[in-house]
Design a binder for this molecule. Sequence first.
Ligand SMILES: C[S@@+](CC[C@H](N)C(=O)[O-])C[C@H]1O[C@@H](n2cnc3c(N)ncnc32)[C@H](O)[C@@H]1O
Length: 165
Amino acid sequence: MILKIVLIVFLILAICFSFVLIWGAPYLPTLKKQVKAALDLAELEKGNKIIDLGCGDGRLLIAAAQRGFNGVGYELNPLMFLIAKVRTIRYRKQVKIIFGDFWTHQWPKADAVYVFLLPRLMKKLDQKIIKEGCQDSKIISFAFKFPARRPIAENQGVFLYDFNK
Ligand SMILES: C[S@@+](CC[C@H](N)C(=O)[O-])C[C@H]1O[C@@H](n2cnc3c(N)ncnc32)[C@H](O)[C@@H]1O
């Protein structure tokens, strides 16, 4: 019986973490140093909004809320969505976690967009950012660059882009 339950839990976890690969990147958290670097690069002001495309456990949005920013996170992995939702409860006036695929959602207007995805998604993401009219937002990517663009700044492997340049 116990073995059956363990197997079922394992199967559910495996499904949660692997099906996301069809639409995007697997869960891997941004480290504390890079979260700080991303928010420093963004140079936002209190009340500004940042979107995290695939927000994982919500850590970037929590750090953003602690600096007085507002945040919206999309998350497709149901388990990570629940974790992010619970972790951001105390910041619920500032942070909104949305369950779903950021490719198919219409994004709110934001001052910055943060991503930590995969190299193979960066070209498609470039087009989606333009489609969503986010060229004026600060675009920040951890680890992976947009193939057709040059970052205007870099810190700790986090790249900042100005899509108007
Ligand atoms: C590499 S992790 C980054 C997590 C978080 N942004 C961070 O930096 O700590 C990528 C996250 O994006 C989520 N994800 C991947 N594709 C997605 C999609 N199309 N829509 C929403 N979430 C997605 C994954 O489930 C995963 O949690």
